[in-house]
Design a protein around this ligand. Structure first.
Ligand code: UT7
Length: 332
């Protein structure tokens, strides 16, 4: 087999120390542990408390974790891709800062934004560069400091999100391991249901926008939920059919962690047993661009060379998709 595929060859991850529990949220907004647990599956999330640090801090930590574990010389990295919805600043690439700080001085880098699908779309981007033969080592990071855009007085959003980062290394593989297939979609129908109104070109920051809390995430949860359930399940089922994968052939489902009920609906449609579904929503909540690589970090030791993995995500835009990847290594 001589066709070049893009394989994940290393994983790193990082979550900040501070734990925000459901009990603590009960003190902040009108909510309760029972509601949050049964409606979302979340028990706690991590928050980057240090206000002097942004998303780059999280991304650097995850990248450094990968570099150390893989014993990688950062100078060998050709490209650093950073999926994020919370860049350090609107201008001045966060990826550039991260790349320089980790010593990837021979690389170019850029940010990639597609809300909760950012990392999934980044996997496609990284893989295309590898498959074309143009680059050999691509570091894809998913990092978000969601606490910087959440209103901790809004119970419909503050219970869901958390901060974190994960990173993977993509390298060429000629033995058939790596990304096999993808179905990626967007539909602007979602623009009204999950958004931050202000701070962009449509509604620049002003005293008025700050006063009206237009810089925080707004979500019509019920509508997003409906679209997430049907679309994520649709593409996950379709990618199995297209690749002649029966439920038994799928070893793991790595799905975006926004709501346990959405993940359950997806795995049910795929006919996949619960023990094959990677889950860490109870500990981290929804970390947007970081959820997929954080799952890989948590479960790395259980993933075996040759395992068939289905990735799935859904997020703002709307944006969603599914990727079929053959895992390339046994963790040490
Ligand atoms: O990652 C990007 C994609 N995002 C998602 O996939 C998120 C999708 N949406 C969801 O996960 C869910 O819609 C939520 C978890 C956000 C909300 O759950 P829900 O089951 O859809 O609740 P709801 O918004 O329909 O609200 C049900 C009730 C309402 O009260 P009434 O009108 O029935 O009296 C809400 O006011 O629950 C109330 N409620 C709460 N109660 C206690 C809403 N938030 C809370 C809360 N604690 N935090």
């Amino acid at each position: 087999m001589d066709q070049i595929k893009a394989a994940i060859t290393a994983v790193g991850s990082y979550v900040p120390e501070h734990v925000l529990t459901n009990a603590m949220l009960e003190e902040m907004v009108d909510t309760n542990d029972e509601w949050i647990t049964t409606r979302t599956g979340i028990k706690e999330r991590r928050i980057l408390k240090d206000e002097s640090k942004g998303t780059s801090f999280l991304g650097i930590k995850a990248a450094e974790n990968l570099i150390e574990k893989a014993n990688l010389d950062p100078k060998e990295i050709d490209l650093v891709l950073l999926a994020t919805t919370t860049p350090d600043m609107p201008v001045a690439s966060t990826a550039a800062y991260v790349a320089s700080k980790i010593g990837a001085t021979e690389a170019f880098s850029f940010d990639l934004q597609s809300a909760c699908s950012g990392f999934l779309f980044g996997m496609s981007t990284a893989s295309s560069y590898i498959e074309s033969g143009r680059y050999k080592k691509i570091l894809l990071i998913g990092a978000d400091k969601m606490s910087s855009i959440i209103d901790y007085k809004d119970r419909s959003t503050c219970i869901i999100f958390g901060d974190g980062a994960g990173a993977v290394l993509f390298e060429p593989n000629e033995e058939g391991f790596g990304l096999q297939d993808e179905i990626l979609r967007t539909d602007a129908i979602g623009r009204d249901f999950l958004k931050i109104d202000a701070g962009g070109s449509l509604m620049p920051a002003s005293e008025e926008t700050v006063k009206n809390k237009k810089h925080y995430v707004y979500q019509d949860g019920r509508t997003v939920f409906k679209f997430a359930v049907s679309n994520m399940a649709d593409v996950s089922e379709k990618i199995m059919l297209r690749n002649n994968l029966e439920a038994d052939d799928v070893d793991w489902l790595v799905a975006h962690q926004a709501n346990k009920r959405i993940i359950d609906a997806t795995s049910k449609r795929m006919n996949i047993d619960q023990e094959k579904v990677l889950m860490n929503i109870q500990r981290y909540g929804n970390t947007t661009s970081a959820t997929l690589p954080l799952l890989l970090g948590d479960y790395e030791k259980q993933l075996k060379k040759g395992d068939n993995i289905i990735f799935a995500a859904f997020g703002g835009g709307f944006s969603w998709g599914s990727i079929y990847l053959k895992w390339a290594y046994d963790a040490k």
